[in-house]
Every structure is written in C-alpha cells, then in structure tokens.
Ligand binder design. Structure first.
Ligand code: NAD
Length: 514
C-alpha cells in the first residue's frame, strides 16, 4: 500500500513513485542515500512535504563508477536507437505531465501553468532530440593534398555533469539531458537541494524507460545533494563536460575548478534583463509583456525583466498603465487557478527581497507600487515597481524577486547604452514599430545579450533557438540550433588513400623511405 503523506493533498505524489521519505541517489540502478536528510517544503506555507536522504560522497563515487561502466555501452549504441529511447522518455513524461507539473508548482512555488510548462519543455526537448539523433552530421572538407580525404567526425564525450538551479528544476535538465543522451553521453544530474522531489520523480520515470529497454539506468544518474556534490562533479576528471546553471557567483567557482583540470564548462548564469519601450511602440502589447516578464514566476526567472527603459514621451503613460495592472495581479497559492503571482521559493528569498527594498530606498529609489512582504506563513511579497537612477549600484545586480526598476531615456542610442551597461548579458527586448530601430537593435551596435527580442517579453524562450547569454551570464548555449556540438568531441580526420606522402603547405621534408 502507498505510504500516507502528512496532508491528503500530497497523495498524488504516490503516483510519481514518491513517498513521505525518499532516497535521493539512483547509482547503479538502486536507490540509496547515506548523506544528509533534507526536508522539501511548500513555499506557499513553509510546511514539510516529504524528506529526501541526499547522497554521501561514497554514494557519489559508486554512482559515477556505474555511470562510467554504462557509458561504454551507451556511446556504442547507434544514435537513432538512442533517439528512440529519448522518444520513450518523452512519452513517459507525457503520461505524467499534469502530475509532474503539479509537483513543480508545489515544490518550487511557480504557478501551475508554468509548472506544467516546464515539464512540457522537457517533452519538447525530447521530440527535438529524436530528430537530432539522425542529424549529428559531420562534414567532408576538401583536402589540399592529392589522394587525401579530410572529414569531421563527432563522437560522444562520455559523461556530462548537469548541475541545475531551483528556479527551473525540470526544464533545464531537459535542455541538457535530451541533447547529451542522443549525442551518446551518460548524464549525472544534481538538482537544487531545495527541489529534490522533482529530481527523484523525474529520474524514476527516466530510469524505468532505460530498464524496460534493457539498458542500465545508470546512463541517467541522479545525485541529490548540495554544494559538496556540485564541487565533486566540478573536480571530477571522469566528467569531461559540466553544464552549470545558477548564479554568476557559484558559476565562477565551478568554471575555475573545471578549467583547472582542462574540463569543458557550459555556463548559464545570472541575468539582468531590460525591456526598452520606444515612443512608437504598441503600448498595450508592451504593458502586457512587461507584466509577464517582471511578475511571472515571482521574478525568479533568469530572463525576468528587471529594468524597464521608457522613452520620455511615453514614460508617464506606461507607468500609470503598469501600476494599474500590478494592482490587479492575484497573489496566492500557486496551485489555485486564478493565481498569477505565487510565493518566493524560500524564506531566505523573502528576506533578500526585504533587504533589497531597504537598499533601493537607501540608494534613492522611489517605490511606485508594492515594496513590502505579505504577512503570511508562506513566502509572499508584493510585486514592486521602483523609479531609480540607472547609476544606483543595486540596478546593476540581480535581485531575484518581482522588483522592476524604471528608467527614462531620450534616444535609441541612450537606451541601448543603458541596456548594455550591466555586467550580465542574458536577455533583452525592444518594443517599437520602426524597422530602423529593430535592425539597429539586433545589429553589431545593438544589444550585447545572447537573447535579443523585438515586441515580445525577455522571458519565455522557445527550445528551437540556442539559449544563453554573454558576459557574466557565462557564454553558454543550450537547447536548440547547433548547441549539440558542445556535447560532442570533434575529431578532424585526414585519410591518405594513396602511396605518396605529400605534405600540407607544400613542405618537402627531403626523405624517401624505400
Ligand atoms: P545557485 O548558484 O545558488 O545554485 C545553483 C546550483 O549550484 C545548485 O544546484 C547548487 O546546489 C549548486 N552549487 C552551490 N554551490 C556549488 C559549488 N561550490 N560547486 C558546484 N555547485 C554548487 O543558484 P540558484 O539560487 O539555485 O538559482 C538562481 C540563479 O540561477 C539566478 O542567478 C538565475 O539567474 C540563475 N539561472 C540562470 C539560468 C540561465 O539559463 N542563464 C537559468 C536558471 C537560473
């Protein structure tokens, strides 16, 4: 019989293979956990949902060994066959879409449509990766030497380590794992320590697919844990590529560690994203977009709009419309149908919001709406708009909460300069009807971000494009386009099918063996 959770409303977790107490490491196809016990809490009321025993360093070691063994088999499996397994993973997730989406919403705190959207994103990535499994094409390059052929061959790396952040506890795994798997790599995944139930439930579904097909489930290994396990992954020479998603501060530590051992790093770090609204913009479109970009996911997306740059001619008008829209935002339990703004993820996030508001005030910021925490057992705060100088130090930082800074500009050039004036370079957007402004914006003297949008919000990217940002956002690219190349080893291969040894650049070495 399924074990009973403290609250009846959590019973759906049984259908995802979860229990009130869970083990968090699936090394060797067996669930185990000899590390710390962590309690997963509901951000809407700070009540416990279930506990997970994290992996110890010994568990980690066992799991990586099993994963390394499985890797030999997986990398020799034909890519389209690997694609077929990923297709089945997509099907398994599809069958639990609502349940898993509900778990994302319950444990992370984002509203239900966004929770379901995250799982849908992994499914979309599975579909994409299935097609890709038949297109991991190399190329043939004309050789300058007679009777020679030169080509590029793409081979798997081996094991890909994936470390993810709390705010996208499912989708970011999908961006990495679906591509890594079809490319012939095993995956070792460490999710955030505050979202272990999502890690365990997702891995159980994936493990079942591998086992059903006669493959070791160690091909996809989940290791629940905190910084210690993350650090072990970064240091591990058996893991040639570490894909890290999280803060710039931790990403920098991970990058140094991985590079010190000549590993490869794929970094998806903090953002500080701006929306520019020109005086010719469709203001209704702009206001709806800013609302979604700044308030969605309670301001806890890497792509959340944090800076709103308004042309002086429409400045006041947009502020009035936006303040009005903010006042209509329904705040509450993320699982309720009408809720638009759920809680922040942890009590610490709520405290950081309060500290941020104090700093904003001390740096001359003027609160136009919001600015307070909500007295409640959950981590709720008011969506906030602040008028502030672009030079205030806090504007240059990523405050991970629904706080929007409004700045005024006069010309497109000024707006682009403001957009580019922060250390982060993830996402950016302009609202305008002018082709001239659009092409300047996306051109060499335009936005310096990895994502450069026009008349859409900064967030809500599609999986078909390469996702990622420049500067302190880390430079990584994940999901679509040619991101797959980062998960493979490129071999430049030259074959001499003649009996002479002509050398490149016409070099004559002056020696002929008989
Ligand atoms: P975080 O940096 O605190 O943690 C991220 C992950 O790193 C977690 O799994 C954590 O356990 C692990 N970790 C912590 N210390 C480590 C260490 N020393 N070595 C290795 N791993 C370690 O980030 P967070 O608070 O979970 O997430 C929010 C941040 O992530 C924001 O800055 C957000 O912008 C960023 N983010 C970026 C993207 C993107 O695609 N650019 C996507 C999602 C989130």
């Amino acid at each position: 019989m399924a074990a009973a959770f403290a609250r009846r409303e959590y019973d759906f977790l049984n259908e995802l293979g979860l229990q009130p107490h869970n083990l968090g490491c699936n090394g060797n196809g067996v669930w185990k956990g000899n590390g710390n016990t962590v309690t997963s809490v509901n951000p809407a009321n700070n009540q416990p949902i279930a506990t997970v025993v994290e992996a110890s360093i010994e568990d980690y070691e066992d799991s990586i060994k099993a994963c390394g063994e499985a890797s030999k088999m997986w990398m020799q499996t034909p890519a389209p066959k690997r694609g077929e397994i990923v297709r089945q993973i997509g099907e398994a997730l599809r069958s639990k879409l609502e349940l898993l989406g509900r778990l994302v919403s319950l444990e992370m705190g984002k509203i239900l449509p966004e929770g379901i959207g995250e799982v849908q994103e992994i499914i979309d990535m599975c579909d994409y990766a299935v097609g890709l499994s038949r297109q991991l094409n190399g190329s043939i390059i004309p050789s300058e030497r007679p009777n020679h052929m030169m080509m590029e061959v793409w081979n798997p790396l081996g094991i890909v380590g994936v470390i993810t952040a709390f705010n996208f506890p499912a989708a970011v795994l999908g961006w990495n794992a679906c591509i890594a798997l079809v490319c012939g790599n095993c995956v070792v995944w460490k999710g955030a320590p505050t979202t272990p139930l999502i890690s365990v439930a997702t891995t159980k579904l994936i493990a079942e697919v591998f086992e059903r097909n006669g493959f070791p489930s160690a091909i996809f290994t989940c290791i629940c844990g905190g910084a210690e396990i993350g650090q072990a992954i970064a240091e591990d020479t058996r893991i040639p590529l570490v894909s890290f998603t999280g803060s710039t501060k931790v990403g920098q530590i991970v990058q140094r560690t991985v590079h010190a051992r000549f590993g490869k790093c794929l970094l998806e770090l903090s953002g500080n994203n701006a929306i520019i609204v020109m005086d010719d913009a469709d203001l209704a479109l702009a206001v709806s977009s800013v609302l979604f970009a700044a308030v969605g996911t309670a301001g806890q997306r890497c792509t959340t709009c944090r800076r709103l740059l308004l042309h002086e001619k429409i400045h006041q008008q947009v502020i009035e419309r936006l303040v009005d829209a903010y006042k209509q935002v329904k705040i509450g339990d993320p699982l309720n149908k009408d809720t638009l703004l759920g809680p922040l993820h942890t009590k610490t996030s709520k405290t950081n919001f309060e500290k941020g508001i104090q700093m904003i005030k001390s740096q001359g910021g003027h609160i136009l709406t919001g600015g307070s925490v909500i007295e409640h057992e959950g981590n709720f705060v008011q969506p906030t708009i602040v008028e502030i100088s672009g030079d205030a130090p806090i504007v240059k930082e990523e405050l991970f909460a629904p706080v929007l800074y409004v700045l005024k500009f006069q010309t497109l050039e000024d707006a682009i300069e403001l957009n580019n004036s922060v250390s982060q370079g993830l996402s950016s957007s302009i609202f305008t009807r002018s082709p001239e402004a659009i092409f300047k914006w996306i051109g060499p003297c335009g936005s310096d971000c990895g994502i450069v949008n026009v008349n859409i919000p900064t967030n809500g990217a599609e999986i078909g494009g390469a996702f990622g940002g420049e500067k302190a956002t880390g430079g990584g690219r994940e999901a679509g386009s040619d991101s797959w190349k980062q998960y493979m080893r490129r071999a430049t291969c030259t074959i001499n099918y003649g009996r002479e040894l002509p050398l490149a650049q016409g070099i004559n070495f002056g020696f002929q063996s008989n």
